[in-house]
Design a protein around this ligand. Sequence first.
Ligand code: DON
Length: 554
Amino acid sequence: MRLRSLLFLFSALALLAQTPQPLRRGLVVSQERLASEAGAQVLREGGSAVDAAVATAFALAVVHPAAGNLGGGGFLLSRPTSGQASFIDFRETAPAVAHPRLWLKADGTYDEAKHHDSLASVGVPGTVAGLREAWKREGRLPWARLVSPAIRLAREGFVLTENQAASLAEQLPAFARHAPTLAQFSRKGAPLRAGDRLVQRDLVRTLVRLSKDWTDFYRGETARLVVRDMKANGGLITAADLRAYRPVRREPLRGTYRGYELLAAPPPSSGGQVLIEALNILEGYDLKATGPGSPAAVHLTAEALRRAFADRAQFIGDPGFNPDIPMARLLSKTYAAELRATIRPDRASASDPARFSWEPDRPHTTHLSVLDRDGNAVSLTYTLEESYGLRRIVPGAGFLLNNELGDFNAGPGLTDATGRIGTAPNLAQPGKRPLSSMCPVILVKDGAVFMVSGSPGGRTIPATVLNTVLNVVDFGMGVRAAVDAPRFHHQWLPDRIQVEASIPAATQEALKNLGHALKGVPKQGCAQVILVRAGQAEGAADTKRWPDSGVAVE
Ligand code: DON
């Protein structure tokens, strides 16, 4: 009997050690303080992490129009403390008339403007349906409550920061081509200034409709406004396309790195594949001994990324159209060992431009990380593709359209030295989702959330997220240092390492001596990160790269 009670006590204690302890507070980290605050208020009222993410995402659609959105799409990774981790794919889809040669002119040459800067580049938006899908299963507060901060921010307006005013002013020439955008984001064509209040009346009306009935976006007045604009201006999206839109629940990709479990984005994003494959390769090195920002650390990481990106080009696309992606092999430790064996410590490898090459990144996307006091985590990245998407506001509806179909490959066989690729997995087809690099990630240790991370930055996204993970796991940095530290990126082609200027000059010199070409950039990505240590959650917003970013605490 005594033995049995002892055993019982022992197993109860073991269970307790496994059970994540409540955190002292929840927090929201996003690219705009006002949006983080909207989410934190939801947590204070007893909302779940998903509730807070939904409120933050709607608020970002108002205060961060460059990437926060109703008219775009993205991915939401959720890890509730009890229950299964889930991944909601609310990526945009191609309309029914799409086909692989959609971006080619009659004479077969590539039509870049049509692909990236026309109403034909707009994908069927997924954001509203995706947020609703997340809320349906893991929301606690009423839907309308979660839309209400966005409505207030659009109706009462908010005071523009220097950064916001500069961002809008920079876009003025592009906005000028779209009357409703110019009307919403300028003072009769003159730039808005820091200190001005931005009120968005059409957006208020749309948000009010969505707060009452989210299906309005896909079959009501909002859908009607979108289709009217499409018909009048050469767009491809029909009422049937909008009605047919569905978010998809997918299994998150899973990996491990030095004892941490990773939950990451599956196709149609390449974010998880690139991140996990690169981490698997790096696990075979003692990065810690090389030191952060050292030539060896940057070289080995760049070589790992080069290989993961080559696989991305060869294999990854919408899984609904690519049933044979060899994901188990790509993510296996044995495959990583094979790739590692091809990396020379003393020499850069060469990417083969005869096979693929890449276009430069275009901004903008945005990420938010949420952790509530129960330990439920949400990692959400969503986007309009370019900064302000197509830069076209739907007349009367007050929100910007994406130009996400620009993420499809240019056309069959169209692989050339300028960076276009034409491989099959990511050619446009009806209903298909374009290949993404977005990389919302959650790291788990001993059954509890350890880290939440993600970033914008196009193809640099998996590298930025990788940088944050290595900074914490290998280099032992705290969350602030891990976000601030210099970043770098390699994407196979073009064959060069992109480095932030703050990478030490001596490291840059040493990398050149190893045979790497370097491209300096002022900044890479905008990571919003949460780290849990000793039962205490700490957030770091990427204020160095976007000053309005902010952490809000429950
Ligand atoms: O889905 C993707 O990977 C791209 N459309 C994201 C674009 C992006 O991150 C630009 N941000 N800076």
